[in-house]
Design a protein around this ligand. Structure first.
Ligand SMILES: Nc1ncnc2c1ncn2[C@@H]1O[C@H](COP(=O)(O)OP(=O)(O)OP(=O)(O)O)[C@@H](O)[C@H]1O
Ligand SMILES: [Mg+2]
Length: 263
């Protein structure tokens, strides 16, 4: 475990100095570099020759139909899932699919991941959820962690939910808390797994509205959106462009289904 650690000034800059949410990618510094990644579950080919790069401080949202491989790809990056072939480098270090949890711990600490189920602690308030890891893992001082937590909650529009418990939050609000919590660890980069497509397709109305809001949120907070379908990155780029002018038919169809269900 690290000894008493102070947070470098530049790590705080994106949060304190930037008006928008984005943590401003630094061109050139590559945090994740994956090439020709394949993943099979049995004979099911789930990721197909995926090439993927994430730059320092980039916020990347993965979107795509249910079962397309989004969660599996993210899980491969932090070693929760073992890729079948291809190479993954994290901060220049080759990820060995057979590494131990102990070897993977530093990677998991540096890569921010927001998963679909958010994993918020039910017995902790929103603020406590956000500051838990900075206190325990980063050894941040309490005052500093609280200040950072409040700032991040304000960024995701949840300042007033500071003392609420997760069971009182909507799915979209939980996701925002999860994003604030991931950012509080001042990760090298942040990947988030869009929860939209995992919702029960039988549900309509309010749920679709929430889905649309969440897609809007992905667009607002991300530097880049990556659309995955059938284990292939179909297209990726600037969120505005992908959402407004998708180039590929499959992206268009997916976005139409998710975004234009409501007037
Ligand atoms: N542990 C596993 N064993 C076998 N098959 C799996 C396993 N995990 C995922 N799969 C399969 O791999 C495919 C990709 O799953 P994945 O969870 O990555 O999809 P996803 O894009 O995250 O979908 P969703 O939007 O529903 O979360 C699916 O067909 C899924 O059933
Ligand atoms: Mg998933």
């Amino acid at each position: 475990m690290d000894s008493e650690q102070t947070i470098p000034d530049d790590a705080l800059n994106p949060i304190t100095s930037s008006e928008d949410f984005s943590i401003s990618p630094i061109a050139g510094e590559i945090i994740i570099n994956a090439s020709k990644v394949n993943k099979y579950f049995g004979d099911k080919h789930v990721l197909r020759d995926v090439d993927f790069e994430v730059h320092k401080r980039e916020v990347v949202a993965l979107i795509g139909p249910s079962g397309s491989g989004k969660s599996t790809l993210i899980r491969c990056f932090n070693g929760l899932e073992k890729h079948t072939s291809g190479e993954i480098y994290i901060q220049g270090q080759k990820l060995d699919p057979h590494s131990s949890n102990k070897q993977l711990a530093p990677i998991r600490r540096e890569l921010g991941m927001v998963f679909q189920n958010f994993n918020l602690f039910p017995h902790m308030t929103v603020l406590q959820n956000v500051i838990e890891a900075p206190l325990l893992v980063r050894k941040m001082h309490k005052d500093q962690a609280v200040a950072l937590g409040e700032k991040l909650l304000a960024k995701v529009g949840l300042a007033e939910k500071r003392d609420a418990y997760p069971n009182r939050l909507s799915g979209g609000q939980k996701q925002r808390v999860a994003i604030a919590r991931a950012l509080a660890m001042q990760p090298q980069a942040l990947l988030f797994d869009e929860p939209t497509s995992s919702l029960d397709p039988e549900l309509v109305g309010e749920v679709l509205k929430v889905m649309r809001d969440e897609m809007q949120f992905a667009r607002d907070v991300s530097d880049r959106v990556v659309f995955i379908s059938d284990g292939v990155i179909v297209e990726q780029g600037d969120p505005e462009e992908i959402f407004k002018q998708p180039k590929h038919e499959r992206t268009k169809l997916f976005l139409e289904r998710v975004l234009s269900v409501l007037p």
